[in-house]
Design a protein around this ligand. Sequence first.
Ligand code: ATP
Ligand code: MG
Length: 578
Amino acid sequence: MRLSKMHLKTLREAPKEAVLEGHQLLIRANLIKQYAAGVYMFMPMGWRVTRKVEQIVREEMDRIGCQEIHMPHINPGELWKESGRWYAYGPELWRIQDRNERDFVLNPTCEEMFTDLARQEVSSYRELPFSFYHIQFKYRDEARPRYGLMRSREFIMKDSYSYDRDVEGMNKSYMEEWEAYERIFTRCGLDYRVIEADNGPIGGSASHEFCALSDVGESEVAYCPDCGMAATIERAECVDEAPAVEEMEPVTEVFTPGTKTIEDVCNYLDLPVEKSIKALMFVTYDNDLNPADYVAVFVRGDRQVNMIKLVNALNIPEHYIEFADEEEMGPVTGCVGGFTGPIGLKNCIKVVDSELVDTVNMCAGANKEDHHCTGVCYGRDYVGDIVVDVKRLEEGMPCPKCGTPVKHTRGIEVGQIFKLGTKYSESMKTYFKDENGNDCLYYMGCYGVGVTRTVQAIIEQSHDEKGIIWPMSVAPYHVIVTVINPADETQAAIASQIEAELEKHRVEVIVDDRDERPGVKFNDADLIGIPVRITVGKKAKDGIVEYKLRRESEMAEKTVEEAIQAAKDLFDAEVFGM
Ligand code: ATP
Ligand code: MG
């Protein structure tokens, strides 16, 4: 391919709204263009990379015997009402109506459709196990579509679904997908970790995220440097500190004027913050988004509430809860903003963090302006309606597996796998017949790869100040032949020779034969990140060219034959060797 005939408009500067380096480089290298918030055009080079990531995913799915199909992008709202997710999915779900006012959904994910597929197509245990996948655009009306392909409203996802007759079968399918994911992200050149994750609105019993490590990732990960435990902050379990053993004191109301925060009151009363109880008030909503319940959550003063653990404990979707207006709920529950405590609170669900169980002589709000209570003891003075671990696992807290202080890091969630169990087969009444003719529920798994997010994750992990550094496996082209003076016949002939010989070996080549200064050509080659650059210049007449890898700074002079051989060897090792 000749660059003079290609559309490539690289930019010196990225638009201001692109804050992540990966996003900036995607735009500057002319891989994508924004069309609307979170909606992108894929330009020639960008689409080539995307198709290569897709192809890696496809090969690894095929390898485990998962069968590719193609589902429509729109599907009937009825299916979503049947599973209950019409309500539970919330405003991210892109709902549309046809001319007859029938509800449809632009797929954000496809558990309903794939469950329905089994209902229509499969009837006997003899057909099990099986799995299907498709690679298609997905739609989510994200609240904050930003960061380029990391969080867009239209994006490509590979999703697959496995169907088994029992838990053991489901576990086996899950491990096969897990291993396929390890190969996918390794082949994409990513430095990633597999971490325990929350199931979120997809549901089910267990889940893991594949996270490309990156400071700009939106997944917060807690990990143990000792035993290797790794989990998303949402999911990470906490070890409760044992309550202090002390004689119970009586509850005493104390005057604490203007001490609305835990810090203020602990300073005022000269108490360690672990001896205080923090209260947070929420309101929940029902399916029609009418207020349902008030919820009061209590954790130790030095802990933070983990919202995912809270919604899981309440068994509601994430968007069915928000902070309550304490003035509004005051007359109903007895709470007083800044001075709320568990004693005497009424007409609300009390969620108490498990760490508070059996604590004694704590300080909590007195539900009275400018007053707190000391001597508050769990069991004697209050109990929780729900008692559960609702706190965040902070850095330095003990690892739930081995007790070593944990650390935090960040990552980009490029894939997630879920054990669904019978969640969808049950809600959508999907059965197969066993040997005795009994109706049995399927055990399902579902597995997603964010193809377009992976494209950007690769750039986030692999770039320098000059531009992108693509791994060979997904590079838009493997080799760029930069011709210093395309008008020079010898240079032009040697460039064509290199191009022809490499292409015979299936190496993808672009020849920069544009009438531009060499500096412009080198800058573009570095910006778009082609792994190998062969520069054909003055020494071409002696059969010598320059050979340089994008990921290295040294450049070597080689004969034309040596350069061709080096490029072929690299291609064999890094594209076919994997
Ligand atoms: P997130 O927590 O980042 O919103 P999710 O957990 O909701 O993602 P899944 O339902 O697990 O996403 O979707 C499978 C994969 O699709 C994700 O692992 C991610 O790589 C990708 N993905 C999800 N949402 C987006 C998006 N808005 N833009 C690009 N890729 C996305
Ligand atoms: Mg996910």
